[in-house]
Design a protein around this ligand. Structure first.
Ligand code: ADP
Length: 915
């Protein structure tokens, strides 16, 4: 007890008892005390809460609380205060209850004296004190135990005891969690544990335990285990070899820790370190680490390969030496400082041998742990090749663009030039047919030569642009080589004789009679060579020779040589003459005539046909051009040659197209005149009309039927394509169905396609070769019965009554195949009347089997005619006749079918006749 005033609280509502208690207390002299008294539990609580009370005497019977409540109050406060219960009776049960609830003692009123009271107080205080300490220790212990459990859980560390007598291991809760043991099962055998490791390690584990049991060593080992449920873990097992003696069991102790996470991290780290090392070394990009001052700290193989230094050399140079412009390093450092990194920065670097390499650098700062800049790390990629490719692509694009522009320019120019030439050539053609004085004849011939020359130039340009675009086509015709060369030779004779030079030819006797090839292109080739030879020769000779070089089974190789004794070509220029737009300077040729395209086209035409051209030349001595080409001897059966133009011409010469009406749609007056005259000079009986543009043509055609329309493509107001579309779509039969022949200045595939898509039947290129124009016209006005493709897709023809013809189904099934379509139409026209005749005949004869058969046969024809109702009728006829039912209905149905089909067929015939 301390020296402070000892405070006693008495809670009792019986005054007399309080008085007695006070008296007794006063008698205890050795104590300095203060007694606080209250008569309710409520008040007692307040006092306890507010004061430092040393001991409490408590009457069990209080006015504001039952005995039970009072006892609960004790247990609530007993940790803080020692309680002594005062009771008026001896009650053993009550006494036990009070002690259980935490009271230190139990006194029966009026049965204790001052000694007992003093002793009870002292013992109670002492007991309470001990109790309190015990309580604190227990709490601490519990806390420590809890902390241990928690730290074991955090460390995933459990402990175990191996009981040596019965060979079992007792596992702690955390150990059980690690081994994923059922929580109720805290024992396993040692063997169970050993079985968790791989077979090859089992002996080792047994050994460890044996040695530990023998007391020789402590062990600490990492094991890889597979738990019975299949889970794999890494565990760390520590074994204390010292035996612990329990009263019952001898045991050794140890810990078990789950180290799976750590091990996996270690493995991953090991793997990634290895991986990064490999990446670093095997990277094709150069990787570096440098100090801020500019020294290399580390680099990979690619770095050495890129710059050509050895590792020793590289560590001894300053980084800026690798830059083509050394100041670039400072620029890069500045960017890194500002932005924290640099990415794909394009820079020129320098190899050890001084050559420049185009590179991109990506780099980040390298800092020490305290954040201080130590240097830089990064990657360098060589993009020299990429840059070169980009450059090439760029150049290619520029070249392609300029080539496209050139093409467009050439096409436009040739168009512009060809239009006036059309007029000149056409008018010259017409004038020469009139009676002229010899002088006029000579002048007009001059005009013709000039216009032909001009045309040749334009053709050259067009040819060249076609070749460039890969659009040149070769035709396979059978022709007589000797006759062809002779004729060509003759056409140039006049020019050669004019120059007063010898003009010779020498054709090998072995030359084959007929060969298969493109005679027009061959003309073009030899014509170019001959005209150059004549042009560049002022004395001596020009000679054309041809010989058979090889005679194989199916083909021949022919050599054609054009030799001259002209100005010749300097050796250093020989390789350039076949390039486009190449003309040797005036100093060499003394003439500037030509486009410089002739030989370029010639060579291309030869090579595209699989041949070769060679030139030998010496200035002032002359030139020899040799063309070697292979021709087939005979037509391949698989490859039908086109009919030779000459023979075709001969056949066509005599053809008269009769009284035909032709509408010429053309905006240029001169061309209107030329075209009209050309047609009239050929066919006397035709009638022509003019429309100034597409719109006018559509108007004229609305009311007047023509047999042919010649349609210019480029026109103001409404061009040829639009006009054709309008004619085909908006006008009625027969005004909409005559053939339309396009006249176009361009002859590109695209243009051709557009003409056909618009609904035209064919086209001629301006300026026209009159013969070609005549041929096309003959073809169209005489043969178009075989081509109905320009019939509108769902042409339907209205009758005044009943069903009408509808070719939609036919168009659909023939799907653009005009030949098939016209064949079907022809068959319908020929066969339907016969079928109708039979249908009527068999019905009359009541021959129902035959009636059924013919009705069955007629179904498809009626479908093609698009007669839906009639199709139903014919099906009924088939059904009734087949089953011999409702036979009385058949004659009326046959009548209906007859009328509808006859009308439709008549209409088909009429349609065909207007085509
Ligand atoms: P061009 O249409 O201008 O004649 P070519 O392509 O046919 O163009 O010829 C190119 C150039 O080659 C000519 O301008 C000329 O300088 C030279 N050349 C061609 N053929 C002969 C030849 N037989 N003799 C001398 N020079 C020639």
């Amino acid at each position: 007890m301390n020296n402070d005033i000892f405070k006693i609280l008495l809670i009792d509502d019986i005054k007399i008892d309080v008085r007695i208690f006070e008296k007794l207390l006063d008698k205890i002299e050795d104590e300095q005390h203060e007694l606080l008294v209250t008569n309710t539990l409520e008040e007692g609580k307040k006092i306890l809460d507010d004061n430092s009370i040393n001991i409490v005497f408590l009457d069990l019977h209080l006015p504001d609380s039952s005995i039970e409540q009072t006892l609960d109050f004790v247990s609530e406060y007993e940790e803080k205060f020692p309680f002594i219960i005062l009771s008026s009776i001896h009650d053993k049960q009550q006494r036990i209850r009070a002690i259980q609830k935490g009271a230190q003692d139990y006194l029966v009123k009026n049965e204790f004296d001052k000694q007992l009271l003093s002793r009870v107080i002292n013992y109670s205080l002492e007991r309470h004190h001990l109790h309190k300490e015990l309580h604190t220790y227990a709490n601490e212990l519990r806390e420590k135990e809890q902390r241990l459990i928690e730290s074991q859980a955090i460390a995933q560390l459990g402990n175990w005891d191996l009981l040596l007598d019965n060979d079992t291991i007792e596992w702690s809760p955390e150990a059980r969690l690690i081994l994923e043991l059922n929580l109720e099962k805290n024992f396993t055998s040692l063997e169970w544990l050993v079985n968790l490791v791989k077979d090859e390690e089992k002996d080792n584990v047994w050994n460890i335990f044996r040695q530990a049991i023998e007391g020789s060593r402590d062990f600490n080992t990492d094991l890889k285990v597979m738990l019975p449920n299949g889970n794999r873990k890494y565990i760390n097992l520590r074994i204390r070899s010292t035996e612990v003696d329990d009263e019952k069991n001898k045991k050794i102790r140890g810990t078990i820790q789950d180290i799976t996470f750590r091990k996996e991290m270690e493995n991953a780290l090991m793997f990634s370190e290895e991986k990064y090392h490999r990446l670093f070394e095997e990277s094709t990009d150069a990787i570096f680490i440098t100090t801020d001052a500019g020294k290399f700290v580390d680099f990979n193989r690619a770095m050495l390969d890129l710059f050509g230094y050895s590792a020793e050399e590289l560590v001894n140079i300053h980084v800026s030496q690798l830059y083509f412009n050394p100041f670039e390093r400072e620029v890069i450092k500045k960017i890194i400082k500002e932005k924290g990194l640099i990415r794909e920065y394009e820079v020129a670097l320098r190899r050890i041998d001084g050559t420049k390499i185009e590179c991109v650098i990506s780099s980040t700062p390298w800092r020490s742990n305290d954040g201080k800049l130590r240097g830089y790390q990064g990657i360098i990629r060589d993009i020299t090749e990429r840059k070169r490719n980009e450059e090439l692509v760029r150049n290619k694009e520029i070249a392609e663009r300029s080539s496209r522009l050139k093409q467009r320019f050439l096409a436009n120019m040739s168009h512009e030039i060809r239009t006036p030439i059309t007029s000149i050539a056409g008018l010259t053609h017409l004038i020469l047919k009139t009676t002229l004085t010899p002088q006029q004849q000579e002048y007009v011939n001059g005009i013709r030569t000039s216009s032909e020359h001009l045309l040749a130039l334009v053709n050259d340009i067009l040819d060249y642009s076609k070749i460039e675009e890969g659009k040149v086509k070769f035709h396979l015709l059978e022709f007589n080589l000797r006759a062809h060369l002779t004729q060509l030779f003759k056409t140039m004779e006049y020019a050669a004789l004019n120059k007063n030079i010898q003009y010779l030819h020498e054709f090998d006797d072995n030359l084959p009679e007929n060969i298969v090839g493109d005679p027009i292109r061959l003309n073009q080739i030899i014509f170019n060579l001959l005209s150059n030879a004549i042009k560049f020769t002022d004395r001596g000779l020009v000679k054309l020779s041809a010989r058979l070089v090889e005679d194989a089974k199916n083909a021949v190789v022919i050599s054609i040589v054009v030799q001259d004794t002209g100005i010749g070509i300097p050796e250093n220029k020989l390789h350039t003459i076949f390039r486009s737009f190449t003309q040797l300077g005036k100093d060499v040729t003394k003439t500037a005539e030509g486009t410089g395209l002739g030989l370029a086209i010639t060579r291309q035409l030869i090579e595209l046909q699989g041949g070769t051209i060679n030139v030998k030349s010496k200035p002032d001595e002359g030139s020899t051009f040799e063309v070697m080409m292979m021709f087939k001897k005979q037509v391949d059966t698989t490859e039908k040659p086109e009919q030779s133009r000459e023979s075709e011409n001969n056949q066509l010469d005599s053809i008269d197209i009769g009284f035909k009406k032709i509408l010429i749609v053309e905006d240029k007056k001169l061309n209107q005149l030329v075209t009209t005259e050309m047609l009239k000079s050929r066919w006397k009986n035709i009638e022509t009309a003019i429309a100034d543009n597409g719109k006018e043509a559509v108007e004229i055609l609305r009311h007047k039927k023509f047999d042919l329309v010649l349609m210019d493509v480029q026109m103001p107001e409404m061009d040829g394509y639009e006009a054709t579309k309008a004619i085909r779509a908006d006008l009625k039969i027969p005004y909409s169905v005559m053939p339309i022949l396009a006249m176009t200045a361009y002859t590109t595939d695209n243009e051709t396609q557009q003409c056909l898509e618009a609904g035209m039947n064919d086209f001629v290129a301006k300026p026209f070769d009159p013969e070609q124009l005549y041929r096309k016209i003959i073809g169209l006005v005489l043969h178009t019965a075989s081509d109905h493709s320009y019939l509108a897709e769902s042409t339907s023809y209205n009758y005044n009554d009943g069903e009408h013809l509808n070719l939609a189904y036919l168009n659909q099934i023939t799907n653009g195949n005009a030949t098939l379509k016209s064949k079907i139409i022809q068959m319908l026209i020929e066969e339907t009347p016969e079928e109708l005749f039979q249908l009527k005949k068999f019905t009359r004869e009541k021959s129902w089997k035959r009636t059924r058969a013919i009705a069955h046969k007629m179904k498809s024809g009626i479908s093609y005619l698009g007669l839906a109702n009639t199709l139903n009728d014919i099906k009924l006829i088939e059904e009734y006749a087949g089953n011999e039912i409702r036979l009385d209905k058949i004659p009326a149905l046959v009548e209906k079918v007859d009328v509808a089909c006859t009308k439709a067929i008549n209409e088909l015939v009429r349609m065909k006749s207007v085509l």
